[in-house]
Design a protein around this ligand. Structure first.
Ligand code: ADP
Ligand SMILES: Nc1ccn([C@@H]2O[C@H](COP(=O)(O)O)[C@@H](O)[C@H]2O)c(=O)n1
Ligand code: MG
Length: 489
């Protein structure tokens, strides 16, 4: 396929066609399309783009896991998976267990490198794998393996991940976390006594007998293979930032927030990821779905309110001091897009006492045609800031209809904040292109749209799941097809 200017691609999307072929990773910074036109699924699944494999090595407690977490947090709109070398420790035999203090866990032979290699090769070729689940207390792998799906970015971290040349050769980027030996020892003492329940004498004995010599003999010599050496590990924000930028460039994917300055994705945390994991799970009960969706909606609403203009205000505290703060904007209303947007009304009411909430109903005919069929808006809406509520931004068609109506009613574009739980890049492009001054606040960016214009990975029909009118039950059987898509039986 030849190059197409970026505007043309976006216009095609805005016209309601080609959504399923618009991929952010086809847009390079110069605004041309790169690569084959593909349906909107993972590059891995399409077989045209291998995942980007990053190796993170360094001494024990140098901050490898911390660096990985920081990279993942910054790559928030990419699918990233971390594989740790620790998962591939050989289990100890009964005989070895008796003499566990003589076992060298820092020697390359302590790891099942053949199994690690085969898992990494499969992941690199887009196949899901089962990663062993190693238990540091029993010194054995537990029966239940961890299923790891292919992703855009695979991070392999561990003390000796650069030791075997075959493993190194799978890596697109090699990072060595270089932290002072005293710092590593201090952290190790804290971690092994608190988290692993070991006594300090055992920790120090293991350190001088095995950990320190192995660092010098096996780990430090692999530093020469690193493309990037990060001094001070997780404290080195600049290095992490540069690494993330490089990964994005290599993937041909650019931070949506940089492409669209009107887009605000709330800072992710493991709590937020955990809540998303629950509401995206097809097996989650209606009760749990509502509970966790409500928690996430509340976060999005609070974040959205933070974008309203404030006036400075001074108050006198009970100690007689002056506190200089701000005053909430008063001319505000919420507009929910029926039906799923109504699920966001309670959170808005809980944050803004007595707020007026209007409604818009858009009927979906197929997916190219969307028709506005009902609206009930506050009469003075033109003078208000509007929080537009819809948990899912997919193609952007409904949003365009809703925002067009608000503008027709005299609302200023800059006074509209569109609140979503999840947003597909296609929808973000479409809304931002038409209404660049509308702020979009969301909690996660999706991978894209499938051939039926549904958001993927998504969470199904939000309204049905929230209001309990769906047929997803915890017992609903499903399977993952060859492309790792969930199929209901
Ligand atoms: N920059 C840092 N400042 C303070 N503590 C840190 C820092 N980096 C890591 N830690 C702590 O040190 C311990 C080891 O870090 P971790 O990232 O797990 O190291 P590794 O994976 O290399 O063993 C953890 O308890 C972690 O919270
Ligand atoms: N049963 C085990 C297995 C490993 N170790 C130590 O873990 C360190 C590697 O983990 P990092 O997160 O620090 O990379 C390594 O130094 C092993 O000695 C252990 O103590 N017990
Ligand atoms: Mg670690």
């Amino acid at each position: 396929m030849g190059s197409r200017p970026v505007d043309e691609v976006l216009d095609a999307a805005a016209a309601g066609v080609h959504y399923s072929t618009l991929r952010l990773d086809e847009l390079n910074i110069n605004g041309s399309m790169t690569g084959e036109e593909q349906p909107t699924t993972s590059g891995v699944e399409n077989g045209h783009q291998e995942p980007f494999v990053i190796g993170v090595a360094g001494g024990a407690s140098s901050g490898k896991s911390t660096v990985c977490k920081m990279i993942i947090d910054q790559l928030r709109d990419q699918r990233v998976v971390v594989v740790t070398q620790e998962s591939f420790y050989y289990g100890l035999s009964d005989e070895e267990l008796v003499h566990v203090h003589d076992y060298n866990f820092d020697h390359p032979d302590a790891f099942d490198t053949e199994l690690l290699l085969s898992c990494m090769e499969n992941l690199k070729h887009g196949k899901a794998v089962d990663i062993p689940n190693y238990n540091f207390k029993t010194y054995k792998s537990v029966a239940s393996a961890r299923k790891v799906n292919p992703s855009d970015v695979i991070i392999l971290e561990g003390i000796l991940v650069f030791h075997d040349s075959r493993v190194r050769d799978l890596m697109n980027m090699k990072i060595f976390v270089d932290t002072d030996a005293d710092v590593r020892l201090t952290r190790r003492i804290r971690r092994d006594t608190i988290e692993k329940g070991r006594d300090i004498k055992t920790v120090l004995d293991q350190y001088s007998k095995f950990v320190k010599p192995a660092f010098e003999d096996f780990i430090l010599p692999t530093k020469k293979y690193a493309d990037i050496i990060i001094p001070r590990g997780g404290d080195n924000d600049v290095a992490i930032d540069l690494i993330v930028q490089h990964i994005r460039t290599k993937l041909g994917q650019h931070d949506l927030c940089k492409v669209h300055p009107n887009l605000y994705v709330i800072q992710t945390t493991y709590q937020i990821r955990g809540m998303h994991t629950i509401i995206r799970d097809a097996a989650t009960t209606t009760h749990d779905f509502i509970f966790y969706a409500d928690r996430l909606i509340r976060l999005v609403v609070e974040h959205g309110l933070g974008h309203l203009p404030f006036k400075e205000k001074q108050v006198i505290t009970p100690t007689g001091s002056v506190y200089t703060g701000v005053e909430f904007s008063k001319r505000l209303c919420g507009i929910s897009v029926i039906r799923s947007g109504e699920s966001m009304e309670n959170a808005l009411r809980a944050c803004c006492k007595g707020i007026k909430i209007g409604k818009i109903l858009i009927h979906r005919e197929g997916d190219n045609g969307k028709q506005l069929i009902y609206h009930n808006l506050p009469k003075d809406i033109a003078n208000r800031h509007v929080l537009l509520l819809d948990p899912i931004l997919g193609t952007g068609n409904s949003a365009v209809q809703a925002i067009s109506l608000l503008l027709k009613k005299g609302v200023q574009e800059t006074n509209i904040i569109f609140l979503n739980l999840i947003s597909a890049p296609q929808g973000v492009h479409v809304v931002s292109k038409r209404f660049p001054r509308v702020k979009i606040v969301t909690s996660e960016i999706e991978f894209g749209l499938n051939d039926d214009f549904r958001v993927i990975p998504g969470m199904g029909e939000f309204g049905d799941r929230y209001f309990g009118t769906d047929d997803y039950q915890s017992s609903t059987p499903f399977f993952c097809d060859e492309k790792n898509r969930v199929r209901l039986l």
